[in-house]
Design a protein around this ligand. Structure first.
Ligand code: XMP
Length: 505
């Protein structure tokens, strides 16, 4: 195992992900972890992440001194590099800011930089640099502006690099990490998803009592449920709330998958009327979300009360939700409340079971594949917990739900047929209260306007509208006006995020 100390870089998680990609387990811990705690991890090597601070400031985050006495191989990246320079007697100074790609010339191709070649493009993002390297270290790589962009003490297995090997813009970045992890630390490549499934199932099989798991049809709750089911069979009870705000026929697909494909103890609670009656007359988006959240809790509480007792509540929490350490956020681990089932009453006295809390999303996808989750489910776009209520503008009515469901299905099907589905972040059609006159046959008709929203995004933080071919938009528009009753106009949303969002409500 490799342990990464988090000094607050936006790329800290990326270091772990890259290392796990070559089958070595890597974990992110707060920078101020004690050496005793660190020892419990039994690491083969330590990495210091980057971070926004300057080592010469009095409030700069520093690791506990005794960590250096553990004599483990050490790699510092960016701020981590400067920490090493500072700690071992070199000098760090303020320099011209350097952002983006620089040409790194390799001066010594042993150990850390072996097999990398004469020079590579390396991604830089820093304002400080090593002015003087510590005694006993040598420069193993430089750029035009940074004389000591990579330094080494091969005897002590300590390395510092100013650039970020974990980002894709650094050529051979993974090779550099591999050199450190495999050659210097000699870590074993034993982190596989098959191995994870075995050990997770083994651990879960030892728990006592029944487990309640709310499933949404999304990848995380599905995989969590399947792992637990593998371990304890029908002591796992899955509950799925049909709130009427799902995609067309989605509730039927989810029920079939759990009952027929997986033979899981599965209950679908039909709460469509409860949700719709509570949403009647509500136009304000925030109120809609709040009502939906409360209603989920009501349904869950009833289920837990009537079908219990349950000892555990299972959740599909992933690793990035678990640890939010680092200087910018404070060292304490913050656990985000998760979607719809956070906030169940205390008297139910449920303990939380989170079988995926060590995993990244791509790892969950791999497990889904191994466990036989249908491809369709994990290729599907993300879908918000409050469902179509965040897509429908204004009041949620049965009529508007029906239009949104059928029109969205047309959008999805046409994107799949034209090969665009996998390339975009999200794609759907929504409806509001605006109407427009159309001509159907020879008759004037006052019908609904349907808005199509298709966006490109990497992480939903920012998004841009997708430049779909006009012919495809035309085909979608024609199908919607022909096949969905009472729709006269189709519009395409061309606002990016910001200033707009992806879901309008
Ligand atoms: P916005 O519209 O905020 O959406 O730009 C960003 C991404 O988050 C999804 N989203 C939600 N997901 N519960 C969820 O589980 C929600 O309340 C929620 N609101 C937005 C949205 O679908 C998009 O992928």
């Amino acid at each position: 195992k490799i342990v990464v100390l988090d000094f607050g870089s936006q790329y800290s998680h990326l270091i772990c992900r890259r290392i796990r990609e070559f089958s070595v387990y890597a974990e992110l811990v707060p920078f101020d972890i004690s050496h005793e705690e660190l020892q419990k991890h039994n690491p083969k090597g330590i990495i210091f992440s980057g971070g926004p601070s300057s080592v010469y400031n009095s409030d700069a985050p520093v690791p506990e001194n005794k960590i250096f006495d553990m004599n483990l191989p050490l790699l510092g990246i960016c701020y981590g590099h400067q920490l090493i320079v500072n700690k071992f007697g070199g000098k760090v100074k303020r320099a011209n800011k350097e952002y983006g790609s620089s040409l790194l010339t390799i001066d010594n191709d042993k150990n850390l930089l072996s097999g990398i070649g004469g020079s590579v493009r390396a991604w830089m993002s820093h304002g400080d640099e090593a002015e003087q390297i510590p005694p006993g270290f040598k420069v193993i790589g430089h750029t035009e502006s940074a004389k000591a962009a990579a330094i080494a003490s091969d005897e002590r297995s300590i390395y510092g690099i100013q650039f970020h090997p974990e980002v894709v813009h650094t050529e051979q970045g993974t090779e550099i990490l591999k050199n450190f992890v495999l050659k210097v630390c000699r870590a074993k490549q034993d982190w596989t998803m098959e191995g994870f499934i075995d050990s997770a199932v083994n651990k879960i099989s030892k728990i006592e009592g029944d487990v309640l798991c709310g499933v949404s049809g999304g990848i995380d709750s599905t995989v969590a449920a399947l792992l637990i089911h593998k371990a304890i069979g029908n002591r796992l009870k899955c509950v799925f709330v049909n709130n009427g705000l799902l995609r067309l026929n989605e509730e039927i697909e989810i029920k079939e998958m759990f009952e027929k494909n997986f033979n899981v103890n599965f209950t679908m609670v039909d709460a469509v009327q409860d949700f719709l009656s509570k949403l009647k007359g509500i136009e304000d988006p925030e109120r809609k979300r709040k009502i939906i959240g409360e209603e989920f809790i009501n349904v869950f509480t009833d289920f837990a009360k009537n079908k219990g007792p349950f000892k555990w509540l299972a959740q599909g929490t992933l690793y990035p939700d678990v640890i939010e350490s680092g200087v910018s956020k404070g060292p304490a681990a913050v656990i985000k409340s998760h979607h719809n089932v956070g906030g169940l009453p205390d008297w139910l006295d449920l303990e939380i079971l989170e079988p995926l809390r060590e995993l990244y999303k791509d790892e969950v996808r791999k497990i889904a594949k191994i466990l036989g989750v249908p491809e369709k489910l994990f290729m599907r776009h993300p879908f918000p917990g409050p469902g179509l209520a965040v897509r429908i503008i204004g009041e949620v009515t049965p009529k508007k739900l029906q239009i949104s469901k059928v029109a969205s299905k047309i959008v999805e099907d046409e994107l799949i047929a034209s090969g665009f589905y996998g390339k975009v972040w999200q794609a759907y059609a929504a409806v509001g209260d605006d109407k427009a006159v159309g001509v159907v046959g020879d008759e004037r008709k006052y019908g609904n306007i349907v808005m199509i929203r298709v966006v490109d995004s990497i992480d939903a933080m920012t998004a841009d509208w997708t430049r779909l071919p006009h012919e495809l938009l035309e085909k979608i528009s024609n199908r919607i006006t022909n096949e969905v009753e009472d729709v006269t106009w189709v519009t395409y949303a061309i606002s990016s995020k910001p200033p707009a969002t992806i879901e309008p409500q």
